[in-house]
Ligand binder design. Sequence first.
Ligand code: DGY
Length: 308
Amino acid sequence: MSTVAVTRRLPGAALTRLAAEHEVVVWPGDLPPAPMELWALTAGADALLCLLTDRIDADLLAAAPHLRAVANYAVGFDNIDVDAVRARGIAVGVTPDVLTDATADLTLALLLSAARGLPQAAAAVRTGAWRTWEPRRWLGLELRGATLALVGGRGRIGRAVAERAAAFGMNVECIGRDDDLRAALARADVVSLHCPLTAETARIIDADALATMRPGSVLVNTARGGLVDQVALRAALERGHLAAAALDVTDPEPLPPDDPLLSAPNLLVLPHIGSATHRARERMADIAVDNLLAALRGAPMPHPAPGL
Ligand code: DGY
């Protein structure tokens, strides 16, 4: 029997399955453990089930001499210092596939909300700014025939978004690492981000990229906040260069309520809920537990982090 540290209570019965075979210590808080608390939780553990809010770095690993497996409760793993885990030979697992549909659904919800100005229209109802049925007000972008550029569009979530957008009649362009990003941005009515956050993709949507986007176009981000230069995004929205932006992810998270970005017009920000369906979150827990059970048996994880 091994000791497994888990950094949050999870939905579903997966942790019961883990506890049937190992000693499981679950962080009891609703908020993430602070770094020192995380180190204390992990100090005696053989394995760790962690969240994207937990930073797994060389300092944590130094405080966890027995650690040999980490299961991230996410498909992204930019919270994990890849060089540090590789240097220790620690197995790292992620939760692909099971959150693809949930995240793609939310991407379309954001795309539609931004394209039709739903947050502003809903606010007008509540503030009394809704005066009458107005032929020239609340006009937005119709999806049929519009061009959608999916940055990182050849990954699982990008493909699932492409399938949904095609059903709305959009022309979909998937942009990979070797494609001309700027040219694609210049052609698109809507740009949606689906690439992992790496040193290569950090701030891939910077002031220049935003300036390249078509006047009146829309930006959607359900991937990672660090892909976007938020100062430049705010400026682009304030200038009216972009018609709208809809973000499920920000940098940092949570975004403080007084962050200047939130004063930008035509902006919708959600609290990173792309995978927040009952089914996706329970299946993520199942996969994270499958990864740990395999690693603790000495077998390869069924869903290892790519490249690790
Ligand atoms: C992930 O899995 O990386 C998501 O961002 C969490 O929903």
